[in-house]
Ligand binder design. Sequence first.
Ligand code: FMN
Length: 311
Amino acid sequence: MELPVVQAGMGGGLAGHRLAAAVSASGGLGTIGLLAPAELRREIAVVRALSDKPLAVNLLLPFARRAHFEAAAEADVLVTFWGRPERRTRNVWMHQCGSVQEALEARAAGADAVIAQGCEAGGHVRGSMPAVELLAAVRSAVGEDYPVLSAGGIATAAEVASRLRLGAEAAVCGTIFLMTDESGAHPAYKERLVQARETILTELFGAGWPAPHRVIANEATSRWLRGDPRGPAWLRALHRASAPVLSRAPLTLQLRLAGAQRASRPVFGPAAATADGPPNLIDAGPLYAGQCVERIADIRPAHERVHALVP
Ligand SMILES: Cc1cc2nc3c(=O)[nH]c(=O)nc-3n(C[C@H](O)[C@H](O)[C@H](O)COP(=O)(O)O)c2cc1C
């Protein structure tokens, strides 16, 4: 990497080859998000054909099977998230963490670096500490020589500079790269992001993955989060009970089920609205975004985002 900027992996087609290739070509580290193993291989091959810059793949551990790890081994870097850290490939391996404890576990398991994710982050939120506090705590716990990257709430070069001063090796950004021409988010999702001023930390879209996630409001959240931003207690209990079965369903089947989601029907999975996916997810699916969405006013080419983030 020439620049200390990493584009976060965003699964289900939000971060595919177009975004990852554009970020890597600009000197940052582009990342392909979770897909079915065959698609993952295809996406990696497309980026490899376009450039010889470093490339990362992100795998969400609740959904990752052996074939995913085999595909991810073709990239230069594997980033894992959400689960017990364990080395599964021989390439560079980073684990995204939400606490000091998790960072220490990842280091002990042989991770080459950790990403400390603050609670202002978009998408699934692992811990409860703001990014700057968690970075400082992880930095001092893992020792000076161990690489720590910082994620959550980064939208400007000044913020990247401040994380680097606190000892981060690089900044990891999701929301600002979601708001690019090259991200796979549905155009209407991008428009909502441009308008958004507030986010909600909820568990509403937890079918198959019962975990807190940060989104902006849509019809589903307006309807179901009146009493409690986490979602109705009965629905969260249902998510927890059904997760062991649902999370093992193939990703292609989960995406097909997502096509049947409606804001009026409280069965909400984690698939997000992509340009080539079912449009019902704009109002019946999660519009993931981090708190920094309020400070990002437009959709831009990814190379402009990378350069605007460099201190
Ligand atoms: C739309 C969206 C989808 C995400 N999907 C994933 C994912 O699939 N895997 C992952 O490790 N992190 C995912 N994240 C979290 C990012 O890795 C990162 O922690 C977060 O984007 C950083 O905060 P920011 O959004 O304020 O930049 C996602 C974030 C967003 C915004």
